[in-house]
Design a protein around this ligand. Structure first.
Ligand code: NOJ
Length: 589
């Protein structure tokens, strides 16, 4: 009886309903021909510092990216998101911009940039810029003038406040990188606000001149032919009117600014203006980094009446946190939590809006460490994650090295780490009694440097990344994990990504089809279908190191399109096996 009931339920999941008028309208969205270019492609995030150094100074550069365009084209990449390449003192590796319209000489020249845009274009690839608009560097001319003279035309381009009556900070907010969110300016005799480091003063978006300056910057790059923008730290641009004290987190002694300012009501008004001034009428895409926007708020941010084409929301990468996003309080998590987070984002963009799929970026640890159990087979595990990345509904954002299965570092000295937030977190971990061993373990798991080690191109010195001394050490595993060796190995992670690209190309249902979750309560298998009018794709991914079973009926009459293991059987998945089946469903509609 139980079995019959289960089969009836499965059948209900797998069969399309007859077409009603509204379903017919909805099905338009399932036709790949109705999608925009950026919905059909793969976006590759390049972290220029670590991509490829062509001059031997140990730092990657723009010409290094140009040199690898064919490599990226082969992966099916249609857009490259460059993390900031503007002039910068590099306190936060470019997220502290001194001049938005000039190229950082470490990375090359404006000619190199124009050449990159042109060469990428020839291969059908767009360059996407990182717009860091919540803050600038303290080296920005805007800030220099604002901080030196209250009467300057830039006076209220930043957020200035007088000291509290006791001479201390205006309130108890703590910055995301550690310490108070306020820094005293001797020259101006006032405090300025910074959501991140003291050298990253927040711009005052209340000031229309600031907003206009940002739109001008965006349009400057659009005139150069870029294909869109990733907008950095965008939920913080609007501050609440009151600047009241918040609730203090015991570990830091401050009220986290994230809790006080992220997604403040009124922010969308600014962003509608941004859309109007920057995007309207242009065939580009925008993707906001929107930590603090919940899945059920997605519809306000993306979709027909939204402000961006996509936003990164972080609920799925945050399942590991025990308490909000407090980085030192992590927990063991269950697959169902990850599935629920992803299902919520899929559901909230199902009928309106679009969603970027990502498991890595330059701020996250490597996905094979972050989403697999300790000791997992990282090659098979990377393939499992790759299947998920490339077959969920949305635009896959692939981070450099993810296509190779690059993994976290195991450095034991804090001196090996470069990232400023890692250093702050290490110190805080010591202050909170973790001791060196405990603190360094947290860094190995959590540090942003895990994702920032140089790309592993081949088995030469420094993994072929540079002929000089790399700015950050190369991961020790480069003799095994590198692009050249993997290109020659049909069983490698890189070859798997080539297969996934071919799979998407040959099966538009994986791009445009709707998403229906299967086996929602299963703690071992991530399973779902993608459906258009005629075709159903069935994706099943084993997230464990054991062989597991699922109801065979899910793939009755289905044809196997791709599997990460040989000899795939209906109803069984070997450790980390990832499979994609397909069946024709046209007769049922
Ligand atoms: C988010 C960026 O991804 C991160 O790398 C940076 O440190 C902060 N925003 C500040 O710009």
């Amino acid at each position: 009886m139980k079995k019959i009931l289960r089969n009836m339920l499965l059948a209900a999941c797998l069969f399309s309903l007859p077409l009603s008028a509204s379903a017919a309208a909805k099905d338009e969205a399932k036709d790949v021909n109705n999608l925009k270019w950026w919905q059909k492609t793969v976006v590759y995030e390049a972290y220029p510092n670590s991509f490829l150094d062509t001059v031997g100074n140990g730092i990657g550069d723009l010409n290094g990216i140009t040199a690898k365009l064919d490599y990226l084209q082969k992966l099916g990449v249609g857009a490259i998101w460059l993390t900031p390449i503007y002039t910068s003192p590099m306190g936060d590796n470019g997220y502290d911009v001194a001049d938005y319209c000039a190229i950082n000489p470490l990375y090359g020249t404006m000619d190199d940039m124009e050449n990159l845009i042109k060469e990428a274009d020839k291969r059908g690839i767009k360059i996407v810029m990182d717009l860091v608009v919540n803050h600038t560097s303290e080296e920005s001319q805007w800030f220099k003038e604002s901080s030196s003279d209250k009467d300057s035309e830039f006076s209220d381009w930043y957020i200035w406040r007088d000291a509290a009556p006791d001479g201390k900070e205006p309130n108890n907010w703590g910055s995301i990188f550690g310490g108070s969110a306020w820094t005293w300016s001797e020259k101006r005799q006032q405090y300025y606000l910074h959501t991140f480091a003291p050298f990253q003063p927040d711009l005052n978006w209340e000031n229309p001149k600031v907003r206009k300056a940002i739109y001008d910057v965006a349009n400057f790059w659009l005139d150069k032919g870029v294909g869109g923008f990733r907008i950095d730290a965008v939920p913080y641009i609007k501050k609440p009117a009151s600047f009241a004290n918040g609730t203090i987190d015991k570990a830091t002694g401050f009220a986290p600014i994230h809790n006080e300012t992220a997604n403040t009501p009124g922010i969308l008004d600014y962003l509608h203006e941004f859309k109007q001034e920057v995007e309207e009428g242009k065939d580009i895409f925008t993707v906001g980094e929107a930590n603090g926007v919940a899945a059920d708020q997605l519809h306000q941010w993306v979709g027909k009446n939204g402000v961006f084409d996509m936003i990164f929301e972080f609920s799925h990468v945050n399942v590991k946190f025990a308490d909000g996003e407090v980085w030192h309080k992590t927990k063991a998590w269950k697959l169902t939590e990850l599935k629920q987070a992803i299902a919520a984002s899929q559901a909230n963009t199902a009928s309106d809006g679009w969603y970027p799929i990502f498991f890595e970026n330059h701020d996250q640890p490597r996905s094979v460490n972050n989403f697999l159990h300790e000791g997992a087979d990282t090659v098979q595990g990377a393939k499992a994650l790759g299947m998920l990345l490339m077959t969920l509904r949305g635009t896959p954002f692939l981070y450099q090295g993810e296509e190779l299965g690059m993994s976290n570092v195991s450095w034991t000295s804090i001196k090996d780490f470069n990232d400023l937030s890692t250093h702050n977190q290490y110190k805080l971990a010591l202050d909170n009694g973790h001791g060196h061993e405990g603190a360094i373990k947290i860094m190995q798991k959590h540090s942003r440097d895990n994702a920032r080690t140089p790309m592993q191109w081949n088995t030469e010195a420094q993994a072929g990344f540079t002929t000089g001394k790399p700015w950050l050490a190369v991961n020790d595993n480069y003799m095994l994990v590198n692009a050249e060796a993997e290109a020659a190995d049909p069983g490698s992670v890189l070859s798997w990504y080539h297969k996934l690209h071919a799979l998407r190309k040959a099966n538009p249902v994986l791009i445009a089809g709707d998403y229906q979750e299967l086996l929602a309560d299963n703690e071992a298998i991530f399973a779902y279908t993608r459906n258009d009018e005629n075709t159903q794709a069935i994706v099943l991914i084993n997230f464990t190191g054991d062989t597991v079973s699922y109801p065979k009926e899910l793939v009755t009459d289905a044809k196997l399109l791709l599997s990460s293991c040989d000899g795939t059987k209906r109803g069984k998945l070997r450790p980390y096996e990832a499979v994609c089946w397909t069946k024709n469903i046209s007769r049922r509609s």
